[in-house]
Ligand binder design. Structure first.
Ligand SMILES: O=C(CO)COP(=O)(O)O
Length: 138
């Protein structure tokens, strides 16, 4: 599965702990992240991860483009609900695209735990069917 990992600055420590705690599950999947989140995950968990631009420079939109192309299966986005973001429209657009395309989205640690356990138990296999449907359409 292709998994996007994104965290606003105040939530980055939580994201690092999450990736270290679930490294054994995450290592079997293809990981993507916005710039700074990805750099920290790579350094601290040593998981391989594809890094896009930093969020305020377009990283959220790059991940959004993957969702629009049916190329992303899960989004884990630890948003900071207490700090205004200069790129708030990009953040909203990314979450909107998850809803448009039925992409599981966790915006906090509690929801991320449920998704990761679902992933571990193969509860997200339907995503593979949807991804294949896209290939057939082409
Ligand atoms: O701002 C972000 C998501 O909206 C995250 O970007 P960084 O990972 O580059 O800090």
């Amino acid at each position: 599965m292709k998994i996007a990992l994104i965290a606003h600055d105040q939530k980055k420590p939580e994201m690092i702990q999450f990736t270290i705690a679930y490294k054994d599950i995450l290592k079997d999947h293809e990981l993507f992240a916005t710039g700074t989140t990805g750099k920290r995950i790579k350094e601290e968990s040593e998981l391989p991860i594809h890094r896009f631009q930093s969020g305020p420079l377009g990283g959220d939109q790059q991940i959004g483009a993957m969702i629009a192309n049916n190329e992303m299966d899960i989004v884990i986005f630890f948003r900071d609900p207490l700090t205004a973001q200069p790129h708030e429209p990009d953040v909203s657009a990314l979450m909107r695209l998850c809803d448009v395309h039925f992409i599981p989205l966790a915006t906090n640690l509690a929801a991320a735990e449920i998704i990761i356990h679902g992933l571990e138990q193969n509860n997200l296999e339907w995503r593979n069917v949807r991804a294949k449907a896209k290939d057939i359409k082409k």
